[in-house]
Design a protein. Structure first.
Length: 408
C-alpha cells in the first residue's frame, strides 16, 4: 500500500504532560460544592495531554472531532472588542488567536502524524474520527490515516460547502472544507434517524405524481432522507449570534450533525483542538460527556466563557504543568463585601472575566459564581450577590490574558 514519507518520519516516544487540576467550575453556582464534574477542559499541548489521558481513556472515547491547523501559513487574530461595527474590520480591537505557520511541510506533517496516531489509540472500538481540513493538506492527511487506521476504514469524505467573499481572482473561489471520517472497526456508531432531513419539494412532487419515479423505489417522504456526503452550512458570520470572535469558528449545526450521527447519549466526545468551544458546547447540549483541549490561552478562555453560557453541569479546568502562571498582584484592584454583595473595583483594568470561590481552601479553586463581559456591548458587572466566608477568593482575567487573584 502507498505510504507518505518525509525525512525523519517516525512516531516519537510519548512524553506525558503533568496535568494539574486548576479549578472546578459550577456554572451559576449549580451543584456547588459537591456535584461531580465529568466534563474536562484542559489547557496544554494536546500531544502531551493525550499521552497523559491514555491510562484512563485508551480505547474509550466514542467520537473525536479534530479541527487542527490547516497549513495555511497564517497567524490568525481574535476579535476582543465590544460594540464594534462588524462592517468595519479596520476598526476592530484584535488580539492573538492561534498560529498556523510552519517552516516547511515536513514539520507540519510530523505535527499531524503524531496526533493522528494518538487519536487512533484513544478511540473506542465503535469510535469515529472526523478530521477537518481543507485543500492545503487534506490529501496528505488521507494517506496518513490510511496508514494508521487502514485503507478500508475510510467511511466518508464529507464536503462542507459555504458561501462568502473571496480575494481569489485567477481561480474558482475556494468555498469548501474536507472532513475525513475514519473508524476503527465495522461495528462503529452511526445513527441515521436523528440527522434525517426533508426531501426537496421537487422530489416530493415527483413521487406524488408518479408511482414509477425512482426506479420502483418509493422513499418515506415523511421520515425524510439521510444527508448526502456534501453539507451546506453557513459559516459563522461577523454578525451571527453564535460568533465568539475566535478565528475559524465552526458552526454549531455542523457539529450537531456529527455528534448526533456518530455518538449516543452518555458517550464521551473529545476535541483536542477545541478553539471556540463548539464541540464541547454541543456535546453537552446533546447529552454527551466531553474532553476539550487546546494549547492557547485564548481558546481555553473562549471555551470556558461559552460553556458558562450554555451548560448547567460542572466541569473541570486542568492545566499542563508548563501552562501554570503566577497570579499577578492586586495593584489597581480593590475587593469589598457588604452583607451578601461582593464588589470588585476594577480601576483601569480591562477585565474580561472574574469568578468567586466563596470558601477558598488554598488549593483547588471552586468557582461558585462567574461574571462575564457582555458579548456584544457594555461593561463587565463589578458586583455579585453571593454568601462568602472569611476565606473567599476572587480570580480575574484581563482581555489580554493576565490573571489576578484577590483574597478576603
Amino acid at each position: 500500500m502507498p505510504e507518505l514519507t518525509w525525512p525523519g518520519k517516525h512516531l516519537q516516544e510519548l512524553a506525558r504532560s503533568d496535568l494539574v487540576l486548576d479549578s472546578i467550575i459550577f456554572p451559576g453556582g449549580r451543584g456547588y460544592p459537591s456535584a461531580s464534574a465529568q466534563n474536562r477542559l484542559i489547557f496544554g499541548d494536546n500531544l502531551g495531554v493525550m499521552a497523559a489521558l491514555l491510562p484512563e481513556h485508551e480505547g474509550r472515547i466514542n467520537l473525536i472531532y479534530a479541527d487542527p491547523p490547516f497549513f495555511t501559513n497564517r497567524k490568525f487574530r481574535t476579535r476582543i472588542g465590544r460594540g464594534e461595527d462588524s462592517r468595519k474590520p479596520e476598526n476592530w480591537k484584535l488580539a492573538d488567536g492561534y498560529p498556523d505557520a510552519w517552516p516547511n511541510i515536513n514539520e507540519y506533517l510530523d505535527f499531524l502524524y503524531q496526533r493522528l496516531a494518538l487519536f487512533y489509540r484513544l478511540l473506542a472500538a465503535n469510535g469515529t474520527l472526523y478530521l477537518h481540513l481543507d485543500w492545503h493538506a487534506d490529501s496528505y492527511a488521507r494517506l496518513l490515516l490510511d496508514e494508521i487506521f487502514g485503507q478500508d476504514k475510510l467511511i466518508n469524505e464529507v464536503i462542507w460547502t459555504y458561501h462568502g467573499p473571496s480575494p481569489i481572482r485567477r481561480a474558482f473561489n475556494r468555498k469548501h472544507d474536507t472532513i475525513l471520517v475514519y473508524v476503527k472497526s465495522p461495528d462503529y456508531i452511526f445513527n441515521p434517524d436523528p440527522i434525517r432531513e426533508p426531501y426537496h419539494p421537487s422530489t416530493v412532487k415527483t413521487f406524488r405524481s408518479s408511482t414509477k419515479a425512482g426506479f420502483g423505489k418509493v422513499p418515506d417522504l415523511v421520515r425524510g432522507k439521510v444527508p448526502e456526503d456534501w453539507w451546506y452550512f453557513p459559516v459563522v458570520a461577523r454578525m451571527h449570534n453564535e460568533r465568539t470572535g475566535y478565528p475559524t469558528q465552526k458552526p454549531a449545526a455542523l457539529l450537531e450533525r456529527i455528534i448526533l450521527a456518530s455518538s449516543n447519549p452518555g458517550d464521551l466526545v473529545a476535541d483536542f483542538f477545541c478553539g471556540s468551544g463548539t464541540t464541547p458546547a454541543l456535546a453537552d447540549r446533546l447529552g454527551r460527556s466531553f474532553i476539550a483541549c487546546d494549547s492557547t490561552w485564548r481558546a481555553i478562555h473562549t471555551t470556558r466563557s461559552r460553556l458558562l453560557s450554555t451548560t448547567m453541569k460542572p466541569f473541570t479546568l486542568e492545566r499542563s504543568r508548563e501552562t501554570i502562571r503566577q497570579m499577578s498582584s492586586s495593584k489597581g484592584l480593590h475587593l469589598s463585601r457588604i452583607n451578601s454583595t461582593l464588589k470588585v473595583n476594577l480601576g483601569n483594568l480591562k477585565i474580561d472575566y472574574w469568578e468567586v470561590d466563596p470558601d477558598w481552601n488554598g488549593n483547588i479553586f471552586m468557582s461558585a459564581a462567574q461574571v462575564l463581559r457582555p458579548r456584544r456591548s457594555g461593561e463587565i458587572p463589578e458586583e455579585i450577590k453571593i454568601k462568602t466566608s472569611r476565606k473567599a477568593c476572587v480570580r480575574l482575567v484581563t482581555e489580554r490574558g493576565k490573571d489576578y487573584q484577590l483574597n478576603i
